[in-house]
Design a protein around this ligand. Structure first.
Ligand code: KG4
Ligand code: ZN
Length: 337
């Protein structure tokens, strides 16, 4: 079976063709056209510009995704993100998917972008090896530019949101801090690169770890950005130190709350997903913490390329929902998991 995935939920135009053969997922193509350059001057995503770019780029990205593949590579299912995301952007992908589905007389599957970030972890596994009993229940942490959520995964398709950010998402906080410090967009990778220069220097905690002590699974990152802004305005700061500190504050809170949730809910594994989980320090420190605490938790994190937005994750999600074909898909900017 082959599934064509399409994602236009934010500022990446993504199309992928996924083959499922002998219980294995083969990514035949996974094309992501980034709009980073277009949005860089705004320091964030500008929705109507993003919509225009998707419209412009989709036909070429689609062509590239199928280029070089034999004609028998034509998909059996067309999967597209219905939400959450920027509504004008979501509609671009949905309308394009509908056109292809109609033209080739193939069924459509509607995909939740957050669920897709979680299931991106399984692209490297054999679908048969996904021994559900040894992985679930799991606690998933999805952290991106738009979301910071802790989700209890009872099994694939059964989710319960247990915590989320009350204001800015973790990625949004890094993007805003990068802007304050005059680093580029997206902020996460820029801050990570600057923070790496701290090697060998003395580290001191200068910023708050918001909500880390609270007995819930919610987050708050806007105060962190304000604390940085305050220090920058006062002028007595070192850019490298500040990048290291803000990155470490975000990491401390994410790791603490995720491990707490996993313990409290008796999870067998921790699953990461979303752009911020491409962060090398976050991945390293998660690993270290899990090992040192001898928690006996399985730990899943996708390869970096599959942490950020892509359409292979949309296709694998559709595979797990392949029986739920739909005639009409509507964009839902606030679609819940
Ligand atoms: O999942 P994603 O590609 O798009 C959304 O659904 O939002 O995530 C983008 C976010 C941005 O805020 C970006 O700064 C952050 O992920 N990000 C990172 C890294 N790579 C991307 N944050 C920290 N470290 C990284 N290496
Ligand atoms: Zn995303």
């Amino acid at each position: 079976m082959k599934i064509l995935g399409i994602d236009t939920s934010c500022d990446d135009t993504a199309v992928s063709l996924l083959e499922i053969k002998n219980g294995k997922f083969n990514i035949l193509s996974n094309i992501v056209s980034s709009q980073v350059k277009v949005h860089a001057k705004y320091g964030g995503v500008y929705p109507f510009l993003a919509k225009r770019e998707h419209q412009k780029n989709l036909p070429a990205v689609f062509k590239r995704a199928l280029r070089g593949l034999a004609s028998q590579a034509s998909p059996d299912l067309i999967a597209v993100t219905a939400g959450p995301g920027l509504e004008p952007c979501l509609w671009q992908g949905i309308n394009f998917a509908k056109e292809i589905a109609e033209k080739h007389k193939k069924p459509l599957i509607s995909v939740n972008h957050i669920e897709a970030h979680i299931l991106a972890n399984f692209l490297n596994l054999k679908s048969k090896i996904l021994n559900l009993k040894s992985i679930f229940p799991a606690v998933a942490l999805v952290v991106s530019g738009g979301h910071t959520q802790l989700i209890l995964v009872k099994k694939i398709g059964q989710y319960k949101l247990i915590g989320e950010t009350r204001d800015d998402a973790a990625g949004e906080c890094l993007d805003k801090v990068a802007r304050i410090l005059g680093l580029g967009y997206p902020g996460g990778p820029a801050i990570a690169a600057c923070a790496a220069k701290m090697v060998g220097r003395r580290v001191s905690d200068q910023l708050p770890r918001p909500m880390i002590k609270q007995k819930n699974y919610d987050f708050s990152f806007s105060g962190l950005k304000t604390a940085v802004l305050y220090k920058v305005k006062k002028g007595n700061y070192d850019k490298i130190e500040m990048c290291h500190e803000v990155q470490q504050a975000v990491i401390d809170v994410l790791i603490h709350k995720t491990i707490k949730a996993a313990k409290d809910f008796g999870a067998k594994s921790i699953i990461l997903g979303g752009g911020v989980t491409a962060n090398g320090e976050l991945r390293r420190q998660f690993n270290l913490n899990l090992k040192s605490k001898i928690l006996n938790l399985k730990f899943f994190v996708p390869p970096k390329k599959l942490c950020t937005d892509n359409a292979a994750m949309i296709a694998i999600t559709a595979y797990f929902h392949r029986d739920k074909k739909v005639k009409n898909i509507k964009a839902d900017a606030n679609l819940k998991i």
